[in-house]
Design a binder for this molecule. Structure first.
Ligand code: IPM
Ligand code: MN
Length: 357
């Protein structure tokens, strides 16, 4: 199979983790006789430094012309510490998601038995966790208008907006996913306070009644959901939620596994699908060869499966990641008292495991 992959390493540890993911994809190519073409593009702070635009037109064109996008991370402390900065790296990621119409972000959370003692929670609480956050990605308070400052600069405002169409299309994805999983969807919202949440409940309830009544549907307010993610996380199958709640809850859910560095994601919608780790750019770790590349390597597995329908190849990558984890080939945040391995050691190990598979 011949395919074209847009590779956008981004900022901080992005280039290092993406390099390991590409290493593993190359191993898949030779093991399974495929030909992938990797074309690199700039995004985020790296693109601002280059041309003043966090999502340049040529990066957008590259994405539109590719079969899938592999993305690393975005963000740079020089902007985080400067609230007055008008152009920010994160705008690049948001603009990419919006211009490609990637409204559905899928973030699976699975526990690795071998890492169960790395979880901040007790084994009895996390052992059966297997959930997926389905996060709406192109609407809500991230994009609603008006937003900004009053003329005198003394007030700031953001607006959360959702239409029925936006809610229905993401909900359909969540219900379909539940059909292939444990058959249950939890809608997380704040319907006791927010008008947008009440529309979510209305639209989701109708869709459930009309097309998905065989799926279990329940509703949780987001504050309660945050609590239950810690007290009883194994109760969840598919968590369906809006952009902002999904951002927060997916970080929270990720650490149940022991490290946010393990979780991949896919973003799908109108145009080229995007695959990225759910973590940030970890600037303190940049250039040190210590970041965990597994989230990005697993994102490559999601890419092969979802964008190219290459299931055996995706499985080989997953198996390689499991081998690394089960054999204690871990980066420092997970290694604890045992020997820690570098970012590139882990990439080498998984690439080799794929080649031998
Ligand atoms: C994520 C990130 C982004 C988001 C940031 C970098 C804009 O936190 O992908 O979860 O908030 O969506
Ligand atoms: Mn986030």
């Amino acid at each position: 199979m011949n395919k074209k992959i847009a590779v956008l390493p981004g900022d901080g540890i992005g280039p290092e983790i993406v390099a390991e993911s590409v290493k593993v994809l190359k191993s898949v190519e030779s093991r399974f006789c495929h030909k992938f073409e990797y074309i690199y593009g700039k995004i985020g702070a790296a693109a601002i430094d280059d041309c003043g635009n966090p999502y340049p037109d040529d990066t957008h064109k590259l994405c539109m012309d590719s079969d899938a996008i592999l993305f690393g991370a975005i963000g740079d402390p020089k902007y985080d510490n400067n609230p007055a900065a008008r152009i920010r790296p994160e705008q690049g990621l948001l603009k990419m998601r919006k211009s490609l119409g990637l409204y559905a972000n899928i973030r699976p959370v699975e526990i690795y038995n071998n890492l169960i003692n790395r979880s901040p929670l007790r084994e009895s609480i996390v052992k059966d966790v297997n959930l997926v956050v389905v996060r709406e990605l192109t609407g809500g308070i991230y994009f609603g208008e008006p937003r900004g400052r009053s003329e005198d600069g003394k007030k700031a405002f953001d607006t959360s907006v959702y239409s029925d169409v936006e809610i229905e299309r993401i909900s359909r994805i969540a219900f379909k996913l539940a059909e292939k999983r444990k058959g249950s969807v939890t809608l997380v919202d704040k319907a006791n306070v927010l008008a947008t949440s009440r529309l979510w409940r209305e639209v989701v309830t109708k869709l459930h009644k009309d097309e998905f009544h065989h799926i279990n549907l329940d509703f949780l307010f987001v504050d309660n959901a945050a609590m239950q993610l810690v007290t009883e996380p194994a109760r969840f199958d598919v968590i369906l939620t809006e952009n902002m709640f999904g951002d927060i809850l997916s970080d929270q859910a990720s650490v149940l596994t022991g490290s946010i560095g393990l979780l991949p994601s896919s973003s799908i919608g109108a145009h080229t699908p995007l695959f990225e780790p759910i973590h940030g750019s970890f600037p303190q770790g940049a250039g040190k060869n210590i970041a965990n590349p597994i989230a990005t390597i697993l994102s490559a597995a999601m890419l092969l499966e979802n964008a190219f329908d290459l299931n055996d190849e995706a499985l080989a990558i997953r198996k390689g990641c499991e081998d690394a984890i089960n054999n204690g080939i871990l980066t420092p945040e997970l290694a604890k008292e045992s020997k820690a391995y570098s970012t590139s050691d882990i990439g080498d190990y998984i690439a080799e495991s794929v080649a031998k598979n």
